[in-house]
Design a protein around this ligand. Sequence first.
Ligand code: C2E
Ligand code: CA
Ligand code: CA
Ligand code: CA
Length: 278
Amino acid sequence: AKRNGRNGYQFHTQGMNDHVLETLWVDRDLRRALEENQFVLYYQPKIDLVNGRITGAEALIRWQHPTRGLVMPGQFIRVAEERGLIVALGDWVMREACRQNKAWQEAGMAELPIAINLSAQHFRLSTLLRDVKRTLQDHALGADCLELELTESSIMQDAVATIATMRRLTEVGVVLALDDFGTGYSSLSQLKGLPLANLKLDQSFVRGLPDDHDDLAICTAVIAMGQALGLKVIAEGVETPEQLAALRTLGCDVGQGYLFARPLPAAQFMEFVQRHGG
Ligand code: C2E
Ligand code: CA
Ligand code: CA
Ligand code: CA
């Protein structure tokens, strides 16, 4: 913010003002939101593109703000990272996803792995492995019930520590997925050495299918490469039957997107699974 001697702040664009104001209330309310449990997880199914079955779900956080209603993660995750709250938030997400998964299993729903998103800061912590193991134990869940999604840029922020933690996690059976693949800067040689099971093809490339030649080329290459490296490729942001058809033709393993379902509250997710005979 630039201060003008006589009449205050003048040089912002409206957009900058909006951003500053947004950060202010998020900043003010976020800590209390954690203490008062104002967060909720929505679940979006992942669909096997060969047999149409549900292979799992991704848990996506929302903030039930007392006056602002349902706030999306794009509005508060970055502030949580900047304010040192993201690890506490990630811990809550992990516990809540496991609690919910156990509750679904006890209600007779098919056993499914639930993926959660963890930030770079979380993957740098040497305590992550212990916390994951403890959380699974506390909920009497096997390691195959939890998947962790992280981005290329998360890995590259502190590659040595992050990759070490990733290795230990995979040793105990936790599945790791590389999120938003194609949007980062990692080279193929870096990717080769990573202990990953899944590759999530970013929705920005899926969007242009099947007509955009560049998007088609990128999707083709990523799917072929993922398969050559023995990774399961998950396409994000599948919205149309045409995109689905193109992905199937390319041999993509799994799809996720509004075409199948939006992220759903827990009860609706269970109904969705039961309707689909999962
Ligand atoms: P992401 O991990 O890439 O999650 C996918 C986003 O795409 C979600 O947005 C999801 O609702 C949206 N999406 C799903 N299908 C479609 C589709 O067909 N079309 C379009 N246009 N969008 C689709 P959401 O829930 O707003 O989350 C945004 C981002 O916030 C996530 O991107 C992730 O980076 C972050 N995030 C969400 N939950 C958490 C969390 O618990 N912890 C952390 N650290 N980050 C989270
Ligand atoms: Ca994700
Ligand atoms: Ca993603
Ligand atoms: Ca994304």
